[in-house]
Design a protein around this ligand. Structure first.
Ligand SMILES: [Zn+2]
Length: 589
């Protein structure tokens, strides 16, 4: 078997034009060579695997070429080029600062810089991971960097530009390498596959490119890995398996399920994804991406933002036609909320499931909301129920007009057509049916009402007149009142003490008034309703109505006028008034 050379090395670009995805940088460098405007020092920054070292080597080779071509590429034939290609050139020195970061290492380098090149014009020093140099090493290097011999060129490369001290930055021409686009990587992989006689599906290569996240070197090692795994047949399925990528297919299926409002299917898909060992957050991020891609498909102009293979592009096109932009935006919103709260959530799975359920109900939210309004309840009647009430021909007509929700005015007209008694009956039928079915918005008033209804139902009594209303006196009321509130001392200390401060007052018709000076507690309907319920039960009187009376705190009234002052004095000491009366005095206020 022939020697296996990893693709990243075998296909390392040797000319500027073959560098993948860094067009602007390579053309700037070429221009600099053409105009003889080469800086003394370069700083190449950017993520790993995007071609920094490769470009540095090409630059070193090109400026030393004895026979540069018109397009500013090295000739690949001269003595210098061949020695470069055989890695035997003395004009290029590479130093990995990650492992050689001491002052000593830099001093050795500086020593070498003093010796001029034997062949070619330039000596090129490539210092990789330059941010790893110790600060002493940086300082030792500064002088050389500031005034290097004319034949010396420095190319510093780093993934972390922010760690480079400003004195170095200011002495370098800086090139920012960007992440390589998915399409560029996929094309390059395609090129390699063709050269290597490897069968490769477009979509599969796109998945590799995507997973590489802009780093060509990573993409190439994945490519090699899958070639050896699949025996030279790269297809979508074995890439997904091999790279443990969350398949597009999951997302297409889940959106289909959401559009069909099929919550069961959504939950099953989530389960499948979790069972396959995928991280929930990855799924959420992927779903966001998927929704975004669908949105992008909606418009010709943004179609180019879709970085996927051809087959998948077609699938996106199809799915995007089944959902409208409003749905996509709302789903994205929900997904985004999910993403934000994922880290802090204690039940991550439930959070994901809940998100999907919310997406499932995107379309019906407004309808549900209006259904809680009493007016709409009338609009959504059950046709069967109506038929039972009055199967008159008129009624039949009415049904047809009401079936679809219509504006209210229309509905009213329709009601007017009907004979009055039928209207009454039909209304009651439908509202009560709707009441039990549709969860209405919750309010304390409703709650109290429901509680009352519940107790009534329990006793099997619906007519208020049939409710027990045993007579009781103030003393009995006081007793029940105090015992109950005392029992709340630990659970509701504020409520209990505020109500115990004053005694309740029994009025006519079992109205029980009680004073309270805390307005907030006076509006604590839930606890007051509980108290009322307790009184009813204990005193066996279901006509008791509790009425809180907020007591205004006696404000200290300051006497301002003379008259007020006199009245105040008289109040404190009635003798003053007696004196005035006895002597028949008239006081001049
Ligand atoms: Zn050459």
């Amino acid at each position: 078997m022939e020697n296996f050379v990893v693709s990243a090395r075998k296909y390392r670009p040797i000319t500027f034009d073959t560098v993948v995805g860094q067009k602007s940088i390579t053309s700037t460098l070429k221009n600099a060579i053409k105009n003889n405007h080469l800086a003394q020092a370069f700083l190449f920054c950017g993520p790993r695997g995007v071609g920094k070292t490769t470009c540095a080597r090409i630059l070193a080779k090109t400026i030393n070429c004895q026979n540069i071509k018109d397009n500013m590429e090295a000739c690949d034939e001269c003595e210098s080029c061949t020695s470069f290609n055989n890695s035997a050139s003395f004009n290029i020195h590479e130093l990995d600062a990650a492992s050689n970061n001491s002052v000593e290492d830099i001093r050795n380098l500086v020593e070498q810089v003093r010796i001029p090149p034997q062949v070619g014009k330039y000596k090129v020093y490539i210092i990789d991971e330059v941010h790893m140099l110790s600060s002493a090493a940086f300082n030792a290097f500064l002088k050389t960097l500031e005034e290097p011999p004319a034949y010396a060129k420095f190319i510093l490369a780093t993934t972390e530009k922010h760690k480079i001290i400003p004195t170095i930055l200011s002495r370098c021409q800086i090139f920012d390498f960007k992440r390589i686009g998915i399409d560029d990587i996929a094309k390059h992989l395609q090129f390699i596959a063709e050269n290597e006689n490897v069968k490769a599906e477009q979509d599969a290569l796109h998945i590799i490119a995507q997973k590489a996240d802009g780093a060509l070197r990573d993409a190439l090692s994945m490519f090699d890995q899958i070639v050896s795994f699949s025996g030279g047949d790269i297809n979508y399925k074995n890439v997904i398996e091999n790279l443990n990528v969350l398949d597009y297919d999951y997302y297409f299926r889940i959106i289909d399920a959401i559009l069909a409002k099929d919550i069961t299917q959504c939950l099953l898909i989530i389960n499948e994804i979790i069972d396959n060992g995928f991280d929930g957050q990855h799924f959420i991020i992927g779903l966001g991406e998927h929704l975004r891609n669908l949105l992008v498909c909606k418009n010709e102009a943004t179609l180019k933002l879709l970085e996927v293979g051809e087959n998948i592009r077609e699938k996106y096109g199809q799915q995007s036609q089944t959902c409208d932009s409003k749905f996509l935006l709302e789903a994205l919103e929900i997904n985004n909320r999910c993403d934000v709260s994922y880290k802090i959530s204690n039940n991550k799975r439930l959070l994901m499931e809940l998100g999907l359920m919310q997406m499932c109900s995107i379309g019906d939210t407004p309808a549900n909301q209006t259904a809680t309004k009493p007016i709409q309840v009338k609009v959504v009647p059950k046709p069967e129920a109506k038929k039972e009430v009055a199967p008159t021909p008129k009624q039949e007509i009415k049904e047809e007009t009401v079936e679809a929700p219509k504006p209210q005015s229309y509905e009213k007209k329709a009601e007017e057509i009907k004979s009055p008694p039928v209207v009454e009956e039909a209304k009651e039928e439908t509202t009560s049916a709707a009441k039990t079915k549709i969860p209405s918005s919750f309010s304390i008033k409703d709650f109290n009402k429901k509680e009352e209804e519940k107790t009534e139902a329990q006793n099997g009594l619906t007519d208020p007149a049939d409710l027990p209303a045993t007579d009781f006196d103030q003393e009995k009321l006081d007793g029940v009142w105090t015992t109950y509130l005392d029992s709340l001392k630990s659970s509701l200390p504020g409520f209990s003490s505020a109500l115990l401060k004053y005694k309740p007052l029994l009025k006519d018709d079992f109205l029980v008034e009680f004073n309270i000076d805390n307005k907030i507690i006076a509006s604590d309907h839930i606890n007051i309703a509980d108290l009322q319920g307790h009184l009813k039960e204990e005193l066996n009187n279901y006509k008791i109505v509790l009425k809180p009376v907020v007591v205004k705190k006696q404000e200290q009234q300051t006497a301002y006028t003379d008259k007020e002052k006199f009245e105040k004095m008289a109040e404190k000491n009635p003798d003053i008034l007696n004196l005035k009366n006895k002597l028949d005095l008239e006081i001049d206020f």
